[in-house]
Write a protein that binds this ligand. Structure first.
Ligand SMILES: *Cc1c(COP(=O)(O)O)cnc(C)c1O
Length: 381
């Protein structure tokens, strides 16, 4: 299949796993599966050395999660191993369980990952240090956790820089690449040891499922993660995995449209800040000039950007002036969202608005946003 393009892989990479003649994968709800009829085929658990190639119990694996993993392995390319979880945060927790670091270096980013580390600090004394702490503070086996592009701004960080820093100390680099999934960004090219995604966002793409994934280049790590996942009980749900597989079929066309729409919206705003004086600052990878950004995001930028307004009141009121951007948290869906970020992240300033750009017609999005910015400008500036 490696001769196929991404769209073809998204639709066909899992063809060999179809168990019935249905074109759309069935929704499998069973939690348990029959053992072989022939007693000679029964292998007792104590003799099993590897993944079972049969389904046994759905906390271990089930048909649609296996198909999702197969499709995503094609998306991440040659030598990639994917394991799917019940949410982005359960995939982060699984990575922490697997690496079991004594210290994690972490910067800004999704508040839930910080929340998990705080639990680990409270329960087990995990030490947390800033992302840019001196590298001497890292020991072998520790983790540098980098989110790029980062939540909520959509700004990029230099993956290679943090990979080198971690590796000089025998530590590992975990990259949360939720904001720029492939084909936009491949953190492995810049030294990442493991990549996580909230599949709730772009892979799911329809705001109707929770899932997460870890990606590793080492099959033996996937096997260990698999053994731990079946104990943690954090496999993607049966129904969610069906929706996720359905969503993956259109992933490339969605992500490319979202990326292009977001970059056009950002560029329009940037070129028209004089007409929209309420804007204080616009944040997005497309506006960064550092050389690494273009290397990490060679074909397009992530579809999330943020704007800081000159008035907190204007920021609070802006979502109510928009027609096409729903005011809600989350991102990655086909519908555009705006969030007065103070609603869900207790750590951000109240003048910040986060935008997740969908697949609507970009002229409509630009018009909608310009109108709303003009209105709050008149009222609050
Ligand atoms: C949403 C998100 C998560 C958490 O994912 P869930 O699927 O909601 O558990 C983690 N990291 C980033 C960057 C996210 O946007």
């Amino acid at each position: 299949m490696s001769d196929l393009g991404l769209n073809s892989l998204l639709i066909h990479a899992d063809d060999s796993l179809a168990r019935v003649i249905d074109i759309a994968s069935p929704i499998d709800v069973s939690t348990t599966y029959k053992y072989p009829d022939d007693p000679n085929d029964l292998v007792p658990a104590c003799d099993k050395k590897d993944f079972s190639d049969r389904f046994i119990y759905s906390r271990f694996s089930h048909p649609n999660t296996e198909r999702v993993e197969k499709v995503l392995e094609a998306v991440f390319g040659e030598g990639s191993h994917v394991i799917a979880y019940s949410s982005g945060l359960s995939s982060f927790y699984a990575a922490m369980t697997y690496f079991s670091p004594k210290t994690v270096a972490i910067g800004d980013g999704y508040h839930g990952c910080h929340g998990i580390l705080n639990i680990l600090t409270k329960n087990y004394g995990l030490k947390q240090i800033p992302l840019d702490a001196p590298e001497e503070e890292l020991q072998p086996g520790d983790i540098v956790h980098l989110e790029t592009p980062v939540n909520p701004t959509g700004i990029s960080f230099d993956i290679q820089h943090y990979a080198d820093k971690a590796h000089r100390r025998g530590a590992y680099l975990l990259v949360d690449a939720t904001f720029a999934p492939p084909p936009l960004q491949d953190p492995f090219l810049f030294g990442a040891d493991m990549v996580m995604h909230s599949a709730t966002k772009y892979f799911g793409g329809h705001s109707d499922l929770l899932a997460g994934i870890l990606v590793t280049k080492d099959l033996s790590i996937k096997k260990k993660l698999f053994e731990q996942r079946l104990l943690l009980g954090t496999i993607t749900g049966n129904l969610e995995s069906h929706f996720l597989l359905r969503s993956l079929r259109t992933f490339e066309i969605r992500i490319k449209t979202q990326s292009s729409n977001a970059t056009q919206v950002v560029s329009y705003l940037k070129n028209n800040v004089k007409k929209l004086p309420i804007i204080d600052e616009i944040y997005h990878s497309s506006l960064q000039t550092e050389e690494f950004v273009k290397k990490q995001l060679p074909i397009g930028y992530g579809p999330v950007f943020s704007i800081k307004l000159k008035s907190k009141k204007a920021a609070k009121h802006l979502p109510s002036k928009l027609r096409l951007f729903h005011h809600a948290t989350s991102l990655g869906g086909v519908e555009s969202l705006v969030e007065w970020r103070a609603m869900s992240d207790p750590t951000v300033e109240h003048d910040l608005l986060r935008f997740s750009v969908g697949i609507e017609n970009v002229e409509d999005l630009i018009k909608d946003l310009t109108n709303a910015l003009e209105q709050v400008g008149k009222e609050f500036l």
